[in-house]
Design a binder for this molecule. Structure first.
Ligand code: SAM
Length: 351
């Protein structure tokens, strides 16, 4: 019988994670296709400095980042699926989404990778948002497949797919278009049910857009089947309208992640929670060197700054951290936070 000491097991586990993280970094750098000529980035983003905490990236970089997500939307899932299994990311998604309840807003929802992990009967409503139409049409497809599989079980929960900028979730004073008007899940005009087809999602998105704007913006060409949501105009939401706001792997991609977190806090109810699963700067020097050196290239391929200091960003946004754990040499952040106390007292005062 072979005797294995505790030290050997610990070393083995350490080696496994080192290999997994190195593999992940390598694969994420190499798997994405090169930017299309139309991307127009021409190497302009090759400045790892713009990934510093708080994100000092420029308007120009943000725009190109968006084009990247439209470009990679259709193969985003297949590119990262295996990595997520080996890295335990799917387990983290499951753990985090199980904490969602009530009216839930997900920002930067992308292709809807968290959809399978929500416990829908515990939700009053679910609103998936992103700035990339191409990502969202993939989410709508996932929603349709899920509805077909789950049948009436999930039928009671309205699920919406909406275009919205995480940095502008609340309408500016005086702005009239785009607001959903009601509480997180109570705006019947723009809601669809998970049991309904993506045709319904498309229909509801269309009706909510047209009801809020008499002259809907010209719709850019959207890839995919006609049942996919038309997503004409970015939505905004009333302050304090969601019980839970979710953002997984969005802070690396939003142009101004501090502002985005502040906006998430604004639409979150007093006492509500902000659930974050993010990647960024690690706790080990050698990993951070790899991240810093490859940051520009990674941004061009994936539209995300993988070396942002997430902990600092959360702190700068003033969120109250309820729990924070870091994994994979500190590069993966699992965080449950609450809106700042000031935002809570503002809401109480306004009520
Ligand atoms: C790395 S993907 C993450 C997708 C998904 N949340 C996940 O967990 O896989 C980042 C997403 O952020 C979106 N995004 C970038 N800037 C944004 C913004 N200002 N507001 C909302 N979404 C944004 C992109 O379109 C993209 O879908």
């Amino acid at each position: 019988m072979v005797q294995v000491s505790g030290k050997t097991i610990i070393k083995g586990v350490g080696l496994y994670f080192a290999a997994a993280v190195s593999g992940y970094l390598y694969l994420r750098s190499s798997k994405a296709p090169a930017p299309t000529p139309g991307c127009g980035c021409g190497g302009r983003h090759d400045r790892s400095g713009s990934a510093e905490a708080g994100g000092s990236s420029t308007e120009e970089e943000g725009a190109d980042g968006q084009a990247t997500f439209d470009r990679i939307a259709d193969f985003y899932d297949s590119c990262i699926n295996t990595d997520e299994v080996f890295m335990g990311i799917k387990l983290m998604r499951r753990w985090l989404m199980r904490q969602a309840e009530g009216d839930v807003l997900e920002v930067s929802a992308g292709t809807g990778r968290n959809l399978p992990y929500y416990d829908l009967p515990r939700l009053r409503s679910l609103t998936l948002t992103d700035t990339s139409r191409h990502m969202l049409v993939n989410a709508a497809d996932k929603l349709e497949a899920m509805a077909a599989k789950q049948g009436p079980a999930a039928a009671a929960t309205p699920v919406r797919v909406e275009l919205a900028d995480a940095q502008h979730l609340v309408a500016k004073p005086g702005a009239s278009s785009g607001s959903s008007g009601g509480r997180g899940g109570d705006d019947a005009s723009s809601s669809s049910r998970v049991s309904s087809s993506a045709n319904d999602v498309a229909g509801s998105a269309a009706s909510s857009s047209s009801s809020s704007s008499s002259t809907p913006a010209a719709e850019p060409q959207t890839a995919g089947a006609p049942h996919r949501p038309p997503l004409r105009e970015p939505r905004t939401f009333p302050p304090h309208s969601f019980d839970v706001v979710v953002d997984t792997f969005g802070l690396c991609s939003q142009q101004d992640p501090v502002t985005a977190l502040k906006e998430m806090a604004r639409v979150c109810k007093p006492g509500g929670r902000i659930l974050l699963l993010q990647h960024g700067k690690g706790t080990w020097g050698f990993i951070n060197n790899v991240l810093d050196n490859g940051a520009g290239e990674h941004f061009r391929k994936w539209g995300c700054w993988w070396n942002r200091d997430i902990e600092r960003i959360v702190k700068q946004a003033g969120l109250e951290v309820e729990s924070l754990s870091r994994w994979h040499f500190g590069t993966t952040y699992l965080c449950v936070a609450r809106p700042p106390a000031a935002a809570r007292s503002d809401a109480v005062g306004a009520a």
